[in-house]
Design a protein around this ligand. Structure first.
Ligand SMILES: NC(=O)c1ccc[n+]([C@@H]2O[C@H](COP(=O)([O-])OP(=O)(O)OC[C@H]3O[C@@H](n4cnc5c(N)ncnc54)[C@H](OP(=O)(O)O)[C@@H]3O)[C@@H](O)[C@H]2O)c1
Length: 247
């Protein structure tokens, strides 16, 4: 794969841990400067920044709660002021709730929609407004959106919204040479999964993949890396499942 976007700048929301961290490292490997957004784990975000800088590109950790529009606006303003512009946005930060439908409280719904659906929209709006011509936008959905798995109703609804943003935005951003896609992972071994599944649940999920294992953050970062390279230019408005033959 080639990437002629050397020394371009990428913002990764939720880049401090899990899949976002692997994406930050992948985009750095492809020659991009990286803004590592996080919500509360400053130490982990700074550790990612150090790893990225060691790869010879610029990096900065920027705290911003994506559920607050002003924080997202500030995140993009920092990127523009300190890195000269933004070329790649990975809309990755999200939370998960694993509960039966009747168990969701009003607060659960507010929280998950504020972060995963509204927050992702604020990030998309800023990307549409600020991205340099020829850039790339990638959003993280979930393979769960097309599965009938109990316990993920609200989470899946937020991810369905994210997939729809991608389809709705594709022609709007194409006018400036920007492509936008979503990657929909199956279960990936991160804290998000481990916080909601038992060991037995994790084994069960691993057994559902054709390869008899959970996904790794690197599996997903490799696909995102492709969508952030010029080789992906003719693919836009698509949702690609990355789940080891789960569905
Ligand atoms: N893991 C899976 O099995 C799986 C499967 C399908 C899809 N996905 C999707 O993949 C993406 C990454 O998941 P993951 O497993 O890597 O999650 P994770 O390990 O829980 O990491 C979540 C990241 O998002 C950040 N974050 C959370 N709330 C935020 C907020 N309000 N504002 C800004 N940042 C916030 C966290 O920052 P702090 O470190 O500061 O808390 C952290 O960097 C998510 O969109 C998720 O829905 C994951």
């Amino acid at each position: 794969m080639t990437n002629s976007n050397d020394q371009q700048t990428a913002i990764i929301t939720g880049g401090s841990r899990g899949i976002g961290k692997a994406i930050a490292l992948k985009l750095a490997e492809q020659g991009n400067n990286v803004i590592v957004n996080y919500q509360s784990n400053a130490l982990e975000a700074e550790a990612v920044v150090k790893q990225v800088q060691a790869m010879g590109v610029k990096a900065k950790a920027v705290q911003a709660d994506i559920s607050e529009r002003k924080s997202v606006d500030d995140l993009f303003n920092v990127a523009k002021a300190e890195f000269g512009g933004v070329d790649i946005v990975v809309n990755n930060a999200a939370v998960q709730i694993h509960k039966m439908i009747n168990e969701h409280t009003a607060q659960d719904l507010d929280s998950i929609f504020d972060i995963n659906a509204k927050g992702a929209f604020y990030v998309l709006q800023n990307a549409v407004q600020h991205l340099n011509e020829g850039g790339h936008i990638v959003a993280l959905s979930s393979s769960l959106t097309t599965m009938m798995v109990p316990g993920y109703s609200a989470y899946n609804a937020t991810k369905a919204a994210v997939e729809q943003y991608v389809r709705s935005a594709a022609k709007e951003v194409a006018q400036r040479g920007i492509n936008i896609n979503a990657v929909a992972p199956g279960p990936v071994d991160t804290e998000l999964l481990r916080n909601t599944e038992t060991e037995q649940g994790l084994k069960f999920l691993a057994g559902l993949s054709g390869f008899q294992r959970l996904g790794t953050p690197q599996d997903i970062a490799n696909i995102v890396g492709f969508f952030c390279s010029d080789d992906s230019r003719w693919v836009s408005g698509q949702v690609i499942r990355a789940n080891g033959a789960l569905i």
